[in-house]
Design a protein around this ligand. Structure first.
Ligand code: SAH
Length: 361
């Protein structure tokens, strides 16, 4: 049995795909030896494409107002205990100025689905950033919008968009969301973004309530069809003021296994070691990098805001200043023998494998 799983890991590394039953076997428990083989194969695949580089993205959480009521999320509209905030356009640009001085060349603007930020406002913010910092990439993560809005953001200069599918299985999606939200529309958004020309990031929470191996396999098949440039995964973590308060968090092992499987399936994908992973284990992000991840996203939000962008309990990095956050992550990455890159770090799909030279800071 053990040798069978080791063979499956080798086959996955070679063919980037497995039959469902073999994926299920890798997702339902590995011996320490199998685990080590999986992570080593994932690290090797990452290194062939990206060398020793780990990319830093500056994350700006610009609003926690949200019109949606996702059962897992701490900033859902029904959570009356959440202290709401939104950053002004000036505050957002100030975050970018601070981030630029720290060397960041990618800004990720993430928020709840906040009607205050109309298409026109988002476009003005995006073009404001691109105008001031033409050498920087802007990534948006503002949820589901009509295709015309995505097109307008793209035309304003946003080149990347993060929108996790959360789960590719419609029934499981309905277990995690109220009836007005659908898996079908979520996927429609992802396909629209792809067709418009964005570098698209999808993803899911590991261990969300009701999730089975079969659901994860459906996610893997969906991602094979979508061919995303980025995949964001992290453990589900309960939030005390949500309907899912009593469900257990996803585990470190399950998250690391899935990160490694994704690296082997999609060798050139940008794969973050997420804050949620760092929250369930003190060295979660370092372990994520050792399992095949190659992106980390230090927080650039102003200190008074980041303590309020609480999607789940226990979120780390809610007190640090941007510079401290960057230094801390740089040290963590160096501790696992890797090198921080702040350049735009586009997905290396179809490009030569030699790492790009880093511009001097
Ligand atoms: N409104 C945007 C951004 C959502 S927040 C959007 O719809 O895409 C980013 C991600 O955080 C979500 O996609 C979800 O996967 C994750 N998240 C939300 N609540 C969480 C929780 N309790 N535990 C772990 N991750 C969570």
């Amino acid at each position: 049995m053990n040798s069978t799983r080791l063979e499956q890991i080798e086959r996955l590394a070679r063919e980037r795909d497995l039959p469902d039953a073999a994926f299920a076997a890798l997702l339902t428990g590995l011996t320490p030896e199998e685990e080590a083989a999986l992570y080593a194969a994932a690290r090797a695949a990452c290194e062939r494409c990206y060398g020793q580089d780990v990319y830093l993205r500056g994350l700006i959480e610009f609003t926690n107002y949200c019109k949606n009521d996702c059962y897992y999320c701490g900033i859902r509209r029904s959570n009356a205990a959440a202290q709401r905030y939104r950053l002004s356009e000036t505050e957002i640009l100030d975050c970018c100025a601070q981030g630029y001085a720290l060397g960041f060349r990618t800004f990720v603007l993430q928020g709840g689905e906040d009607g205050f930020f109309t298409d026109a406002r988002i476009c003005r913010i995006v073009s404001g950033i691109r105008g001031r910092y033409p050498d920087c990439a802007v990534t948006l993560s503002v949820g589901e919008r009509p295709r015309a809005s995505y097109q307008a953001f793209f035309d304003a200069g946003a080149e990347r968009y993060l929108l996790r599918q959360e789960t590719a299985d419609a029934a499981h999606y309905a277990r995690l969301h109220p009836p007005e939200l659908s898996s079908e529309n979520r996927k429609r958004c992802l396909w629209d973004l792809k067709e418009i020309g964005y570098q698209v990031g999808c993803g899911l929470m590991v261990g969300s309530p009701g999730q089975t191996e079969q659901h994860i396999i459906a996610d893997l098949r969906f991602m094979q069809a979508l061919q995303p440039h980025m995949i964001g995964i992290g453990p589900f973590i309960p939030h005390r003021d949500t309907p899912f308060r009593d469900f257990p968090a996803g585990t470190l092992a399950d998250t690391l296994h899935l990160l490694a499987i994704l690296r082997l399936m999609f060798p050139d994908v940008l794969l973050p070691a997420t804050t949620a992973l760092g929250t369930i284990h003190p060295r979660g992000r370092e372990l994520g990098i050792q399992a095949g991840a190659n992106v980390v996203m230090p927080n650039l939000s102003p200190a008074q805001a980041r303590g309020k962008y609480l999607l789940y309990d226990g979120k780390i990095c809610t007190g640090d200043e941007a510079a401290a956050c960057r230094d801390c992550l740089e040290r963590r990455i160096a501790s696992v023998g890797r090198r921080v890159r702040v350049s735009r770090g586009d997905c290396r799909r179809g490009r030569s494998t030699a790492p790009e030279p880093e511009p001097r800071r």
